[in-house]
Ligand binder design. Structure first.
Ligand code: DPN
Ligand code: ZN
Length: 511
């Protein structure tokens, strides 16, 4: 009986190894190993995770933003699903500074009494308590880029009103300050949007604000007719906050060749963040569950990350990569990083990060191995006859820190704030002339904002590519096979464990 069981086990493991050797999905064979694994990762299960995240948002002021109870509840959900699947999970903490706005007002005292919406420019000093009060003054050239624009104007004790354009905000503000202005208001040169500006660095002594074009023009018109007295009150302070990423990895697989998948778990404060990025979070969660289930064999470690504070500026993923960079050899262990941010957009495209720059020149240097990573995704789509398009390899999500540190990357994206084209409609249906996600970063990004077809296509691609890379990354970094069989000493081997320095020494000796 025992002997027989061993035989059966042996036979099935040989079958898995043989099947795993087929690195790319075979179109002729309807059930490639990747396809078989992908079929276990069902859209229904991913939607159940999304429903849980929606419930969490509903119970936590309608959002899951960093530093909120909704983020904490989202994290607890992900951790509990992972633990039930057998993973150890790690909270990877990071701290960061945020600017908190206390006051930002521009008030017209006379002749009118209007209030204008203002933004304190980054690096602007605060105003004194109660703000600065004075008459507005404009340079002879409304752009105020030259010191001589102030030579015929008395600015002492006044508040400068300057148009955006032609030179940096800091230049405009410095010229006004040198002319004696006690505050600076810069108005936009494009309609309908608030001016959020930065001075680039500290150095000025007067407060500097941005306003909308229409507001600036209205003030300029009033000023041309006679004195306009205003109060500019800007106060903000920085606060240090702490958040965390969640990291988990498979027990199986060689430690020196890690395939990493990531999705940001935080949303914006404006809404529940179900497409952005409940979808990526839920999809990799279900891949993790199914990979652990049945203890599916693979040669490489698969590591999963749910990033924190992406929406506040890619903060969690950046902190993680920078931390690994301080530990010798840690970054080298990562064969490739796959990013999944928004994979269920309602007016979707099936987009793959364009690492080979076949459509878009990348604004960043593309690490070697990224092209082969993209090819794993595109060859999956090609093998099942699914049309896809390139999306810019822009670094505008959590892969940025990875590519800046030379780690190959790619990922999937169904679109956000770009307008759908007729060509895209021909490929994927939907509506031309509106954005891929009209509810991007808004309260409407709820469960009903997710397109089930897009989510299903992307989930299958994520699952199939993960399976394929879990077996073989040789096209990316030349590494294949089970490795040297190194196992972490003692307990704690497997999911969630980062190597300590002792472990690393052993690893080096072993390889
Ligand atoms: N950075 C993404 C977010 O808002 O979370 C979405 C995004 C990525 C939007 C790339 C546009 C382009
Ligand atoms: Zn996002």
């Amino acid at each position: 009986m025992a002997a027989r069981r061993t035989l059966v086990a042996l036979a099935s493991s040989i079958a898995v190894v043989a099947a795993g050797a087929l690195a790319s999905p075979a179109a002729a064979h309807p059930r490639s190993p990747e396809e078989k694994f992908a079929q276990k990762v069902t859209t229904r299960a991913v939607q159940d995770h999304l429903a849980a995240l929606q419930r969490i948002a509903d119970e936590n002021d309608g959002n899951r933003a960093a530093l909120t109870s909704g983020y904490e509840a989202s994290a607890l959900y992900v951790e509990s699903v992972l633990r039930k699947a057998g993973y150890e999970t790690e909270r990877d903490p990071f701290t960061f500074d945020r600017e908190i706005i206390d006051t930002a007002t521009l008030t017209e005292n006379s002749p009118g009494s209007a209030e204008y919406e203002v933004d304190q420019m980054e690096f602007s000093p605060n105003s004194p308590v109660g703000g600065v009060t004075g008459d507005l003054v404009a340079p002879s050239d409304p752009l105020g880029c030259l010191a001589t624009d102030w030579s015929t104007v008395v600015a002492t004790g006044k508040i400068a009103l300057i148009s955006r354009g032609a030179c940096p905000f800091a230049t405009k503000a410095a010229n006004a300050e040198a002319a004696g202005a006690i505050g600076v208001v810069i108005y936009n040169n494009v309609p309908d949007v608030q001016l959020f500006g930065t001075l680039g660095a500290e150095g000025l002594t007067v407060p500097v604000a941005g306003v909308r074009q229409a507001d600036g023009q209205a003030l300029a018109t009033a000023l041309a007719a006679g004195p306009v007295n205003v109060t500019l009150d800007l106060t903000s302070h920085t606060e240090t906050s702490e958040s965390f990423n969640i990291i988990a990895e498979t027990e199986q697989g060689r430690d020196d060749n890690v395939v990493m998948l990531g999705a940001h778990l935080d949303g914006v404060e404006e809404g529940p963040g179900i497409n952005d990025n409940g979808t990526g979070s839920a999809a990799i969660l279900e891949v993790a569950v199914q990979l652990a289930k049945g203890n599916i064999r693979h040669d490489n470690t698969v590591r999963f990350a749910w990033w924190g504070a992406e929406e506040l500026g890619l903060i969690g993923s950046t902190a993680y990569v920078e931390e690994l960079a301080t530990q010798e050899g840690e970054l080298d262990r990562i064969a490739t990083y796959l990013n999944y941010d928004m994979v269920g957009s309602p007016n979707y495209i099936i987009g793959v990060y364009d690492a080979d720059e076949s459509t878009y020149p990348a604004p960043v240097e593309v690490p070697e191995g990224s092209v082969a990573t993209e090819a794993v995704l595109t060859s999956w789509f090609d093998s099942i006859g699914q049309p896809w398009v390139d999306t810019e390899f822009s670094g505008r999500s959590d892969y940025q820190a990875f590519i800046l540190n030379g780690i190959p990357a790619s990922g999937l994206f169904t679109g956000a704030d770009d307008v759908k084209t007729d060509e895209e409609v021909a490929l994927f249906g939907g509506t031309a002339g509106i954005t891929h996600d009209p509810n991007y970063h808004s309260a409407g990004d709820d469960l009903s904002n997710v397109n089930e077809t897009a989510l299903g296509i992307m989930t299958q691609a994520i699952a199939a590519s993960t399976y394929s890379l879990a077996w073989d990354t040789s096209a990316i970094n030349g590494v294949s096979g089970p490795g040297d069989g190194y196992v972490h000493p003692g307990k704690g081997h497997g999911p969630g464990k980062h190597l300590g320095s002792e472990d690393r020494v052993l690893l080096e000796r072993a390889s």
